[in-house]
Design a protein around this ligand. Sequence first.
Ligand SMILES: *Cc1c(COP(=O)(O)O)cnc(C)c1O
Length: 379
Amino acid sequence: MKLATKYIHAGAHPDPSTGAIMTPIYQTSTYAQEAPGKHKGYEYARSQNPTRAALEEALAAIENGKHALSFSSGVAATDAVIKLLEPGDEVIAASDMYGGTYRLFTKVFEKFGIKFHYVNMQDANNIKPFINDKTKLIWTETPTNPLMNISDIAAIAAIAKPNKILVCVDNTFASPYLQNPLDLGADIVMHSGTKYLGGHSDVIHGCLMMNDDSLREKLYFIQKSCGAVPGPQDCFLVLRGIKTLHLRMQRHCENGAKVAHFLRNHPKVGKVYWCGFEDHPGYAVAKKQMRDFGGMLSFTLKDESTESAFKVLSSTKIFSLAESLGGVESLINHPATMTHASIPREDRLKNGLSDSLIRLSVGVEDADDLIEDLNQAIG
Ligand SMILES: *Cc1c(COP(=O)(O)O)cnc(C)c1O
């Protein structure tokens, strides 16, 4: 089945009792049983909900996975993956990744005795020196947030596999429309469904996709036991979002490319971070593992003062100054004080995330309007 058909039909089965074409929002906490233990597969809504089941079927299909599990947020999905581990286990994680993931690893899980090594994964070989018999998981994100660095998923999986190390890829920035890590050898894909999957900035959601049955069982057990499940209305919104993912992503990519080229040619702009530029260090890998380059990019001004960056951040009229990304509307963000404030400044600077960096989530509006807005804000 071609992508466009899959996005619209995955998980969609007309409701058996009414024929409703959209899966209803099953707003219920429990289900009547005919006799003790005799039920229709639904016992209690922390464990099972039909709206969530429909969404999980769709999520698995769009990542070419056998299974999906749906969580109350992206970080809840990440949390479940780390709970596969035991004290003493080690994780090799990308040094440049979503600030909330870094915070969860360093501030929550380190104290339970899990050791994290942060490695620049733009070269997969950098992972090798950190592998030992305690290494259980490699956590990577590509493209990275907010510097758009690329790691080679197939190369990482090739290093992990002989060592029996799980590979989990945060695929939030690319979305399943642009990149499918399971096909490249990853064991688990994680998404913040809050972003491109939901697509309308109206829901917090996360998910995991995988092929292995026993991995699914272990993660389902954690989900059920820890309880970070999404409500049925949230599942409905993400399920609806998926139906237009391909249409939105096509426009995000088109607009992202136009805005990236406009910024690169602007005399006041310094560096533009977008993985679709042929001279981007990860371009060849991005071209190999992604279908297109997406609508996320970051840039600095030639005048690197924080004041000048702040002036741009507060002068746009169409781009709203806000955290998050992946919605139909364009957003502008200051990683150092907003999305990445949870990373200590010296670590941010070490990874190339300067105080004057501006991140854009380019939406699906008219590209000319977006460019005009940035042009007047940069001045
Ligand atoms: C937003 C985000 C997360 C966290 O997801 P939430 O839904 O906010 O919990 C994780 N990774 C990336 C890349 C993100 O952008």
